[in-house]
Design a protein around this ligand. Sequence first.
Ligand code: GLU
Length: 343
Amino acid sequence: MSKPRIHILALGGTIATRPDTTGVMQMGLGADDLVAAVPLLTGIADIEAETVSRVGSHSLTFDQIHALATRIHALKVDGIVVTQGTDTLEETSFLLDLLLDLDIPVIVTAAMRNPALTSPDGPGNLLAAVRVATDPWVRAHAKALGVVAVMLDEVYAAVDVLKVHPTRLDAFASTQTGPLAALVEDRVVPLALPVRDAVIAARAKLGPRPSAARNTEYKPVALLSMVLDEPGGLIGALVRAPDRLGYGGAVIAAMGGGHVPERVVGGLVQLATVLPTVVSPRAGGGPMLRQTYGGPSSEIALRKAGLIWGGRLHPVKARILLDACLRAGLERPGIAELFDAFG
Ligand code: GLU
């Protein structure tokens, strides 16, 4: 029986670093190097390796991920594994999930420990990602699973996965839902299917290829976090600047169930009149309140004043979705409807 064809696309990141002459880690390894470090791979799949870039994921751009999605669409294979840095994996995987509608597994993986350290996790994560991509249950449920992340022998839905620690080996988690599957020995053990109705509805509204339909008026999305005694200076600057400082939308990482300091409410309400402004929970995701608290800075008042409720999306994921909306040229009512489906 022929082996599944798995295409590995390498972007860079810790998994692809090597030491320079001073011993400092630099981006450098390509997809062939990553594959060569894991001889077991060729026993389980026919591997094609492609180096897309050699950049840290902290410097990746929306355009690069849109181009990656276009490249993935063009491939005729049984599964895709993307390797990149861990820093933005929670964002890029969700963006890919919005851009791709495939019935083959699409896996994003990375490494926390670089190849020069004792027991680096890159080779193990790559092997696990290919095992997941070739697993019969994963292949049969690829469309329902959407894009997934594989880190440290666990499989996470792109809409939920978060980087929850800057350095630890077990840096990834889906805090709202838990993993979809676990790798044990050489098996994938299914645990759950993700609820992705809102993602699928969003994709339908965004159009098949938001990247291709990129709105010429498009401008990026600002992300502002609300903190104790925040005076609201940046919100005021966005409102006053005629060009909105170059931004086309804003995400507000709000406190608790969707609250902000009372002193910023005036500015925030004005902001919502000039830019699509999404409120999202700074607690790290999870549905926010809609109708519990009263007062000027409550969820009831903010929603009434035109702030878009971001549902259960973590602020960085809400920013990815709002960016996709702006590229697709959606106006405020369409954006609000799309976010509403996220709870
Ligand atoms: N900041 C780099 C990146 O995200 C290294 C971190 C990593 O890959 O874990 O690419």
